[in-house]
Design a binder for this molecule. Structure first.
Ligand code: P6P
Length: 326
């Protein structure tokens, strides 16, 4: 069994000490959230908090507790200037920003509708930097992310992280709480026969998405000449982890119903971090019309269309966005 702990891995990667401190704090927050999720039924933490968040979604009690864990644990990081959370409308400024300070973007508990039915959920995060002293701008394109990652609270708790050079997966050892390197240099297979989309939205889809899914469903007799499998777990973290592990393509496209809102998923703390991870693992990430990481944000909670995963399938979907205009 590996003895490569997250600390050893980060130290060997020669990241700046203050970034290592921040990533360790994020890992600590994820350990706390893993316990909160695992013990939720005993502590009476399952179910709704009776409030609605900035997204207009009913907040689960664990959404709030997970956000509190990130805030409480990460706010002490020496060079962290601001927090941008899915659960908080405003940007939380911890200090007067100085050039080089870190900005932390996070979805503390993604897929929380799965909690009450005991299915996988996760946390998603990304780190960028303040550009110059006093600069209170958190709206930077995803290309500027220094690192990104997620925690998956599944049969085991995993932390998957990229620092812009590779994607590494760490599994939390239940006894010690150490995150040990179990999945080094993760790569997305270029080809796949598995797609993930909420098919109940078929009636809202554009022609490009309908064509893609219809061809997959047509199987061996259809234009793709092979059968496809479909998965939908209502947890982006679980979908992305499966795609990183065995390939696939994840789609939450713009459609006739969500286009006015910009799509469903949020750019700064869902799409951008996952796009960096997938690109670093050899996959591709697009809105269908442009790379996600090139989008110039207009707001901290901006929504975008998301298509990402195995490069060959993403390329096909981009082509269909060009040819199927309806
Ligand atoms: P739907 C969870 O709410 C989330 O943001 C992602 O984790 C997930 O992929 C998607 O929304 C699920 O959407 O349409 O199934 O509710």
């Amino acid at each position: 069994m590996t003895d490569m702990t997250l600390r050893r891995y980060l130290t060997a990667s020669e990241q700046p000490a203050n970034l290592i401190f921040l990533l360790e704090d994020i890992a600590s927050a994820c350990r706390v959230i893993a316990t909160l999720v695992r013990e939720g039924a005993f502590a009476g933490n399952l179910g709704s908090a009776g409030a609605v968040n900035v997204q207009g979604e009913t907040q689960k009690t664990l959404d709030i507790l997970a956000n509190d864990a990130f805030e409480r644990i990460c706010s002490n990081s020496p060079r962290l200037a601001a927090l941008v959370s899915e659960e908080v409308e405003e940007v939380t400024w911890l200090k007067e920003p100085e050039a080089g300070d870190y900005l932390l973007y996070f979805d503390p508990l993604d897929g929380s509708s799965n909690l009450d039915v005991n299915l996988s959920v996760g946390s998603i995060f990304a780190v960028m930097q303040v550009e110059k002293d006093g600069d209170r701008n958190v709206l930077h394109a995803g290309r500027r992310q220094l690192c990104a990652g997620y925690a998956l609270y599944g049969p085991s708790t995993m932390l998957v992280l990229t620092d812009g050079t590779e994607v590494s997966g760490f599994t939390c050892q239940h006894g010690t709480g150490d995150f040990l390197l179990t999945h080094p240099k993760m790569q997305v297979p270029e080809e796949t026969s598995e797609f993930a989309i909420n098919t109940s939205r078929y009636r809202h889809w554009d022609a490009s998405i309908r064509r893609y899914v219809d061809e997959c469903v047509a199987g061996e007799e259809g234009p793709r000449g092979r059968s496809f499998n479909m998965r939908w777990t209502a947890s982006m973290v679980a979908e992305i982890h499966r795609i990183l592990t065995r390939g696939g393509v994840f789609l939450y496209p713009a459609d006739r119903e969500n286009r006015k809102a910009g799509g469903k998923l949020r750019l700064m703390y869902e799409a951008n971090p996952m796009a960096m991870i997938i690109e670093q693992a050899g996959g591709a990430a697009t809105t269908g019309l442009a790379p996600i990481l090139d989008i110039a944000p207009t707001g901290p909670h901006q929504r975008v269309p998301v298509i990402l995963g195995s490069k060959a399938e993403v390329a096909r979907l981009i082509a269909y966005h060009e040819t199927e205009k309806a």
